[in-house]
Design a protein around this ligand. Structure first.
Ligand SMILES: *[C@@H]1O[C@H](CO)[C@@H](O)[C@H](O)[C@H]1NC(C)=O
Ligand SMILES: *[C@@H]1O[C@H](CO)[C@@H](O)[C@H](O)[C@H]1NC(C)=O
Length: 393
């Protein structure tokens, strides 16, 4: 016991001696600003403590040799690398085979401060805004910049082959049609790429585009590939860095309307997609196009003349009175959005139709507002699916 106490006292004594000895012996370190502690430019304002050369030699104390420089150049009673004469980079004097020579030092560079703002994401309160409303009129639709439809997603299979359109509804989730995935749950997600901000299928604009892999594909469990009932699917997207969509002029979310919202027949809405060419056109239009279509009442669309009982309560029809424009092959999965109080709300997903722009055969769309609950359950995003931004009656 006594021995232990003595040992402890001795130990603390020797530590104190060591500490005070070190205090006495060490040279005062010159104070430097943060910037002076690393290499910026030629390092003439470097005031850090590197004291070894690139060759691995120890620097010698500056005061041991005559030189014309003083403390304003950072020199003094120490051996740290300095650049008083604006050489290439800080240096010091070393002893090499009985000679005193200059050697350059390897001072770590100042990394340029990367104070990136956190990537902006659309929230449920900023959906459905677009920065442009330009369009260029062509027969049966209009070319349009992606900024007019920033929620439009382009889904590719094996990089090259355009598969379907889609709609960004939250930074990580795209709504599309279930019928786009003919392999159903067997679909190989590794084959799929999703782009936002794409104006043309065959062109790349790195400034506008965002590219994603597909992390999850959720097909509606009651999707029927004969009747196209419940033709809806969700994709969870992931960028290379592991993030989701970043808000920009060319990539935004569309709003979801509240559950079971219906707009009256005759209301004009907008469809957008990379297809919309004539039926059987052997290639897609390549450029994003848009068209205005009018909602057709459920009763009208269920008439024999139109589609009869092929129309379920999970579908609705829209077209133009003169049947000139319609969604078509290649538009599948893309959005039908309607403007309400200055915001764009996703009401429909391009699903099917008998030909394209054929008389009495309007386009048929998945009734998105029947799926708010399903989307909330699958994505875990109850706020996005409440329809918060929809004006209260
Ligand atoms: C993309 O396709 C359009 C129409 O097919 C064509 O005019 C254009 O030159 C193509 N662009 C590129 C980069 O291949
Ligand atoms: C699809 O719907 C048809 C008609 O209602 C029905 O006969 C068929 O069994 C359904 N298929 C599936 C896979 O549910």
């Amino acid at each position: 016991m006594n021995l232990l106490v003595i040992v402890t006292i001795l130990a603390s004594f020797s530590v104190n001696v060591a500490l005070s000895r070190r205090k006495k012996g060490s040279s005062p370190k010159p104070r430097g600003t943060f910037k002076q502690m690393c290499l910026s430019g030629d390092g003439s304002d470097y005031r850090g403590y590197v004291s070894e050369t690139t060759r691995g030699h120890s620097c010698l104390n500056w005061n041991r040799f005559p030189h014309p420089w003083g403390p304003s150049h950072g020199l003094g009673n120490h051996n740290y690398c300095r650049n008083p004469d604006r050489s290439l980079t800080p240096w010091c004097l070393v002893r090499r085979e009985k000679r005193i020579v200059r050697e350059l030092c390897n001072v770590p560079k100042c990394s340029t401060p990367t104070v990136k703002p956190p990537p902006a994401a659309d929230t449920e309160l900023t959906c459905g805004e677009r920065s442009e409303r330009r369009m260029y009129k062509v027969v049966g639709g209009s070319f349009t910049p992606i900024e007019s439809h920033p929620w439009v997603a382009a889904i590719f299979h094996r990089r090259q082959k355009f598969l379907c359109g889609g709609t960004l509804i939250s930074p990580c989730w795209v709504v599309t049609a279930a019928h786009c995935f003919s392999d159903g749950d067997e679909t190989n997600l590794r084959d799929m790429t999703v782009y936002l901000g794409k104006t043309a299928i065959n062109e790349t604009d790195a400034d506008k585009e965002q590219k994603f892999t597909v992390e999850r594909l959720i097909l509606h469990q009651q999707y029927n590939d004969t009747t196209y009932n419940n033709d809806i699917a969700l994709l969870r997207i992931k960028s290379r860095s592991g993030g989701c969509a970043v808000k920009s002029e060319s990539a935004r979310t569309a709003c979801l309307p509240p559950p079971h919202t219906r707009l009256p027949a005759g209301i004009q809405c907008t469809i957008a997609g990379y297809g919309m060419e004539k039926f059987m056109a052997w290639h897609y239009s390549q450029y994003l196009k848009e068209a205005q279509v009018k909602l057709i009442s459920q009763a009208d669309c269920k008439r024999k003349l139109y589609y009869g009982d092929l129309i379920t309560e999970n579908m609705f029809c829209a077209g133009t009175p003169d049947w000139s424009t319609d969604a078509c092959n290649g538009d599948s999965g893309g959005p039908l959005v309607c403007e309400v109080s200055g915001r764009m709300f996703l009401f429909g997903v391009v699903s099917w139709g008998d030909g394209c722009a054929r008389e009495n055969k309007p386009g048929v769309y998945t009734q998105v507002t029947n799926y708010n609950k399903w989307i909330a359950a699958k994505t875990g995003l109850p706020k996005y699916t409440q329809g918060l931004m929809y004006p209260a009656k």
